[in-house]
Design a protein around this ligand. Sequence first.
Ligand code: AMP
Ligand code: MG
Length: 488
Amino acid sequence: MPFSFDNTYARLPSRFFERVSPTQVSRPERLAINDALAASLGVSIEELSTPEGVEGLAGNRVPAGAEPIALAYAGHQFGRLVPRLGDGRAILLGEVVTGDGRRLDVQLKGAGPTPFSRGGDGRAAIGPVLREYLVSEAMAALGIPTTRALAAVRTGERVYREAPLPGAVLTRVASSHLRVGTFQYFAVRGDVEALSRLTEYALARHYPEMCIHEGPALGLLDAVTSAQAALVARWMGVGFVHGVMNTDNTSISGETIDYGPCAFLDTYEPGRTFSSIDEGGRYAFANQPRIALWNLARLAEALLPLVDPDEKRAAEILTARLERFGPRFEEALAAEMRKKLGLVTAREGDLDLGRDLLARMHQQHADYTLTFRRLADVVADGDEAAVAELFDDGGAFVEWAAAYRARLASEPLAPAERAASMRRASPAFIPRNHRVEEMIAAAAEGDMAPFERLHGVLGRPYDDQPDAADLAEPPGEEQWSYRTFCGT
Ligand code: AMP
Ligand code: MG
């Protein structure tokens, strides 16, 4: 793997990570390689596809210039603090600077045990690897900040979960792997020097433009608050449920990270969860903004010692800062909703109009993605029936549409132009859970055709693709069993 590595994290103090090599696997085989992403990292799909390339992607050989490390971090998991988590099955090979100057981490996920494995096997199964590959690439195509997938390879070995499963390794690319939990790791140890170093590092890497006259800690908290508010608003706009918004899965860069039991809504159910371990619904769709704020509060707590020697005073300052999340999120969400409704001006009552539609969708079990997508057709040619049929009682939509039309009348915009802008805001294609699960089942049997097809279609989510109409549809009853499955 001829990457030009330029590693900065491995230069940080040694307590930030553990040096560890990937564990060899018996029979590595390519599953998927991301051509476009490889090119942006300065390598070609041909280079990655050679036997040596695949060996590198499986962790069997460490490429020149890599300095493999497992990163230390802590985290609140479902509200409970775990002081030492760390990369238990992921190994950072190093960083690559792209042609346009972006510094990216290249990490192998599922590359064998590390000092942070806590009894785990350090491995990943083919299902979660391909789910993360497909969903993270779909998010990227939707224009939502996310880690990326460079490659997936089989290991030729089994991993043992509830049943034996084929093992795989994902090569993940991220703006960094800094998490809220990275800060917590040093905070719980009272290691203020490391906290300070980490804060400077994070600012330099992600938010160099942040004015730090008020101090790096406040500058960082402010930047991460904005990034998370913007990110979660985008999730809400496409019906994405992350599933495990623990603080160790909350990135400092504002990218979606650690795709586990994630899924997109089919019917609009604000209380929907997909993770079998999330019994209390902590990470339900509609809870995500609240949880993002909760996670930011944990970041603020970790930063306390950097803000003021008087802890009470520091807490007051940070608490005041956290109050910026609410307005920023509301503004981002309102902008998202306006785009989905095709509104180019901001009027009082717009949010209520949107909320009214959502309430009706909820009551009437309407499909989230299709409702908004077909709303563009209502605008273009007045075809209300195609949306109404998504509602148990179509009348609930028709009634709302009358108020909607009245609102549209106050904006002079050609219907075709408005419809086109709406189609750029509301995708036709999302990775529907039942399709993702079908793809995984096929891949486990050695058939990658469903993966290839889904991947291709999801690469252009805002385009109508008549040949792929079946992939736009919600699950039918025969696919119902695939609706709720989720694993990591
Ligand atoms: P996740 O739920 O994937 O975000 O992981 C939470 C924590 O558990 C992280 O510290 C992971 O590194 C660790 N972990 C998850 N799966 C494994 C595994 N199979 N072996 C070792 N550590 C793991
Ligand atoms: Mg994680």
